[in-house]
Design a protein around this ligand. Structure first.
Ligand code: BG6
Length: 508
């Protein structure tokens, strides 16, 4: 790879134009998401010269913090990831401010403090009246915050823009998602609303679209005539950590399947959008509209982890985790078989699986092609060996791998699967792919909704998952726990795929 090429790629990102000057207000700034993602991502944008010069962050939360305390807290978390040095951090940190307030306060108290602070910061730093609100609180606070923003006249501006980012989960079923969206629409217009699914901000997920629609080679065979099955694995080795309370009412179906898994499914299955813009959202919605009804008994496997060994360490079962009921039936694993009733995909199974405390962290989408129609090599049957597989490795070791058959060197004609391997780090000369949140925050500041799900997509995704949740909550259909931490999930998930004559591509 020549240096000039690598430099061109690297500078490509810094040549993008920063958004207009603005203030980002983070509700729930003392929480985990701010520490893990929001501040590191905003600072990374600063280091890439992708933030406007006039820029500030105002944190809003209940704790009794001062501006200085907020800055020190953020500095502590940034120690590990300080990309561009102490001096740059100091410049960034002096524009961090904090407002103490209660999300449920009357609009005339905490929210008028916030309004006052926004005005002060705008005039001090000469920032026009552009404000992006980021709701990173527990979801039950969303409607109250939005309503207060409206009442405190913070949702509109005569001279600038107002936008709002809503974190997932967006509702806990279709009905509550519709109610939440109605509440938001009482205060904000659709073009002001940015509903987050951070998987869409991942470079590797966007690259699935680039691979499919910027290269003519695979699209003609991207259909039922050539593809036998598509598999999506989102495996995590972590358990639920300190999120027991949240997870008990969420479980894997609401936490991962209704959003991230179904988004990946749409990326693999969608028709070519007209442009890389919000028309993408219409295509992902069409995929969900074509999903065949799920037979919950036959097409779904749910599970919950027992104790086991993960990365050489003994870990406890889900029911022993903090804030989890001793007889909890919350699922921590899900496997699905989905089919799509349309011209391109009729009869092709899509197998999805995701779980906590699985063997290792891995996110992959694999396209398993059909075998060659006739195998002329003596001694070889048309078995799985000669099927080509295209793997999108979304994390870790991001890349795309194409597995095909080759002749082993030697006098005899022996076939062997080999890999064509594209790796992000070596191809682009980067040690780490930029975080999803960087691009989502950047896009929201620019007003670009392409990578943010539309409400009707979210409703449809809920309607698919609600049926499964309802059945499970009424009567969990298996003994729990039913898989050992450190495994690939319940045996039933293997049976689900083997009943279709396939097996999971990732097994070790
Ligand atoms: C979040 C879920 O949306 O995604 C978490 O709430 C999960 O439970 C996380 O761990 C996984 O994201 P990633 O980017 O690490 O695959």
């Amino acid at each position: 790879m020549n240096n000039e090429y690598i430099e061109t790629i690297k500078s490509g990102m810094s040549k993008s134009v920063p958004p207009e000057p603005c203030i980002v207000v983070i509700f729930g700034v003392t929480g985990d998401l701010t520490h893990r993602e929001l501040i590191p991502s905003l600072y990374a944008l600063r280091c890439r010269n992708l933030l406007p010069k006039q820029f500030a962050i105002i944190g809003f939360a209940r704790r009794d913090w001062s501006d200085d305390f907020f800055r020190t807290e953020m500095k502590n978390i940034m120690k590990k990831v300080n990309e561009c040095g102490e001096k740059e951090w100091e410049l960034f940190a002096k524009n961090l401010f904090y407002v103490r307030g209660d999300f449920n306060d009357d609009a005339s108290t905490s929210y008028s403090d916030l309004r006052r602070r926004i005005k002060e910061v705008q005039s001090k730093l000469n920032i026009p009246d552009n404000v992006l609100f980021h709701l990173s609180t527990p979801p039950e606070n969303y409607s109250a915050i939005i309503e207060r923003l409206g009442r405190a006249s913070l949702s509109k501006s005569e001279s600038g823009w107002r936008r709002v980012i809503i974190e997932k989960p967006f509702g806990h079923d279709e009905k509550s998602a519709r109610k939440l969206d109605d509440d938001i629409h009482k205060v904000f217009e659709e073009e002001q609303i940015f509903r987050v699914d951070h998987y869409l901000g991942k470079e590797t997920v966007q690259n699935m679209l680039v691979f499919r629609f910027a290269n003519p080679g695979f699209e003609p065979i991207w259909n039922r005539n050539y593809i036998e099955n598509i598999q999506i694995t989102v495996a995590e080795d972590l358990g639920i950590g300190t999120r027991g309370n949240f997870y008990e009412s969420t479980g894997i179906l609401r936490d991962m399947v209704q959003n991230h898994m179904l988004q990946l499914f749409c990326m693999a299955a969608l028709e070519p959008p007209v442009n890389y813009d919000i028309s993408l959202r219409s295509e992902t919605k069409k995929v969900l509209d074509s999903v065949c009804r799920i037979d919950v008994e036959k097409d779904v496997v749910l599970g919950q982890y027992g104790s086991g060994i993960v990365k050489d360490e003994r870990v406890v079962s889900y029911r022993v985790e903090k804030n989890v009921a001793a007889n909890s039936t919350t699922p921590t694993f899900a496997a699905f078989k989905l089919t799509i009733d349309n011209w391109r995909w009729a009869g092709v199974p899509f197998y999805l699986r995701t779980g906590k405390r699985l063997k290792r962290k891995l996110t992959e989408v694999t396209i398993q092609f059909k075998p060659t129609p006739h195998l002329m090599f003596p001694g070889y049957k048309k078995d799985r060996l000669n099927r080509n597989v295209l793997t999108f490795r979304l994390q870790p070791n991001e890349g795309i791998i194409y597995t095909f058959m080759a002749k082993q060197p030697g006098a005899e004609l022996k076939l062997q699967p080999v890999n064509l391997n594209f790796q992000y780090d070596t191809a682009f000369g980067i040690s780490e792919t930029p975080s999803a949140y960087q691009w989502l925050l950047f896009d929201a500041m620019k007003g670009d909704q392409t990578l943010f799900p539309r409400a009707d997509w979210i409703y449809k995704a809920w309607s698919i998952i609600d049926a499964v949740i309802k059945k499970w909550e009424a009567e969990p259909w298996t003994e729990l726990p039913n898989y050992t931490a450190g495994s690939w999930g319940p045996n039933e998930a293997d049976k689900l795929i083997s009943s279709g004559g396939c097996s999971w591509n990732v097994k070790d």
